[in-house]
Design a protein around this ligand. Structure first.
Ligand code: ADP
Length: 476
């Protein structure tokens, strides 16, 4: 079966399609997905544009009902859609089911946001005049999403956009269209006008670029790699589109001498390697004070070498496959770079055979690394982490902040004063104390600093800063 694009409420095919293959079992084809052409993308933008005036002023209850419908169905079908997600992306089943549930919770949250409208009424400085400050939808928004959260990221952009009265063209990552298609199919049956939501699957250079260039698209919300984000930024800002970018990370987890060792090990294993390390909030730099260093490294290496890698649907497996061949090649290249740079590979880094053909890589842990090494500076986006020694708290903090990125930063310590100081001084959008750097809530802002992010935050009530525009009205 070829899964089609959703344009103006109709399912539209294409001459081109892409085969979606399971990274845990390369012999399993999940489906064939239509690749939108430039003309299809134009049609999707036109549909969203035609629907935008109506949806912007649709009642809060109408928006609530549509989003709540989607949230309810996502929650009810979490096991089934989680299985699909695990098969297309490669994260293990419990993580995949949790991701679908998260998508459902997000739609429920934004259903509520659509009725929590507000504004301010103020006295003018002129007598007999009232002033109102309100928020309005941007119009058409283009949502461009990556492969590592195939349903949660499309959900948190789409739900926020629709709740605030925008019409959407969603372009999911080419390699994981099935979850986004399933989301689109649910939305297509929700009580929402035709064209308010459109799905355009296909290539970044075709569909994504068209969205970024088209003057009818008032806002672009993108999550993906730093180089692609930079490229979009130039085009979008030149034509005056509103822009929200979530890009790379090289997140530090600091472990101080006074940390609870068990807590620190769990934070490191979860943050660095769960979801196969394929999270922008992954702890890829473990910065460890010298008094606890050797105990931490010995315990972590033992734990990491025992992680069970394999098919994402196998309940015994803790780490699924790398998502595709390109990512695997990149991971292996960085493992070689780390060794050439003189870091010591304490465990992992080799390909492992399993009954099915898949991209199975034993998680790689480098120790005795230096923060200047490429493995400590560049985002690898896989099950590869490095441990960097630090002299004391100030040194660890300086190393944590010495990076071009600034998404998430964590510290493991039992000292309140170090925890407070780190919370204030870490140059990151999100700070975690005695918790993994990855794993966030949906009702609070998500985003980073420096090269990690650009524009207003995503998620929670703060999502309105991107998805609405302020209007000041004077009433005489
Ligand atoms: P990742 O590989 O981590 O998903 P990418 O930045 O390559 O990161 O891709 C993120 C999203 O951006 C994907 O949906 C991709 O198709 C899209 N994309 C890639 N190139 C472009 C481009 N030139 N213009 C717009 N979107 C693009």
């Amino acid at each position: 079966m070829v899964y089609k694009n959703l344009i103006g409420g109709d399912w539209v095919g294409s001459d081109r399609f892409r085969r979606n293959v399971n990274p845990s079992d390369l012999d399993e084809v999940i489906g064939e997905y239509a690749q939108a052409t430039a003309a299809d993308t134009d049609a999707a933008i036109a549909s969203a544009h035609a629907a935008s005036d109506g949806w912007a002023v649709a009642s809060p209850q109408a928006k609530f009902d549509a989003l709540d419908f989607v949230g309810t169905e996502l929650l009810a079908r979490a096991d089934e859609l989680g299985n699909l997600l695990a098969r297309e992306e490669g994260k293990i089943l419990i993580e995949a089911v949790a991701e679908v549930r998260r998508a459902g919770q997000i739609f429920k949250f934004f259903a509520g946001e659509s009725v929590r409208t507000g504004g301010e009424q103020l006295a003018s400085i002129r007598e007999g005049v009232d002033v109102e400050v309100t928020r309005e939808a941007l119009g058409v928004v283009g949502l461009i999403t990556p492969w590592n959260f195939p349903i949660a990221i499309p959900a948190w952009k789409t739900a926020a956009a629709l709740a605030h009265g925008n019409c959407v063209v969603l372009k999911p990552a080419d390699s994981v269209p099935a979850s986004a298609w399933a989301l689109a199919e649910i939305i297509s049956r929700s009580p929402m006008p035709r064209g308010a939501f459109n799905l355009a699957m296909g290539r970044g250079r075709v569909v994504g670029q068209r969205l970024v260039e088209d003057a009818r698209v008032a806002g672009i919300s993108f999550t993906g790699s730093t180089p692609t984000g930079r490229l979009l930024r130039t085009t979008a800002t030149e034509r005056g589109a509103k822009l929200q970018l979530e890009m790379g990370g090289k997140n530090p987890l600091v472990v101080l001498d006074d940390a609870n060792l068990d807590v620190a090990i769990e934070c490191a294993v979860n943050g660095a390697f769960f979801s196969t390390g394929q999270r922008c909030t992954a702890s890829s730099r473990l910065i460890v004070q010298k008094g606890i260093y050797s105990r931490f490294v010995a315990a972590l290496a033992k734990r990491v070498s025992n992680l069970r890698v394999g098919h994402a649907l196998d309940p015994e497996v803790q780490i699924g496959p790398v998502t595709d061949e390109d990512q695997l090649r990149q991971n292996l290249e960085y493992i070689k770079i780390g060794q050439d740079e003189g870091a010591r590979l304490a465990c992992g880094g080799d390909l492992v055979d399993r009954p099915t053909r898949g991209f199975f890589l034993q998680p790689a842990l480098f120790v005795d690394a230096d923060n200047a090494m490429r493995i400590a500076r560049e985002e690898i986006f896989g099950p590869v982490a490095c441990v960097i020694p630090a002299d004391d708290f100030e040194h660890a903090l300086a190393l944590a902040n010495d990076t071009p990125f600034g998404l998430s930063a964590g510290i493991c310590t039992t000292s309140l004063s170090y925890a407070r100081s780190f919370k204030r001084r870490a140059l990151a959008g999100m700070v975690m104390v005695n918790l993994p750097t990855a794993g966030v809530d949906y009702h609070v802002p998500f985003g980073g600093r420096k090269q990690s992010s650009f524009g207003p935050r995503e998620q929670g009530s703060h999502a309105r800063d991107f998805f609405t525009i302020v209007k000041t009205s004077y009433i005489g």
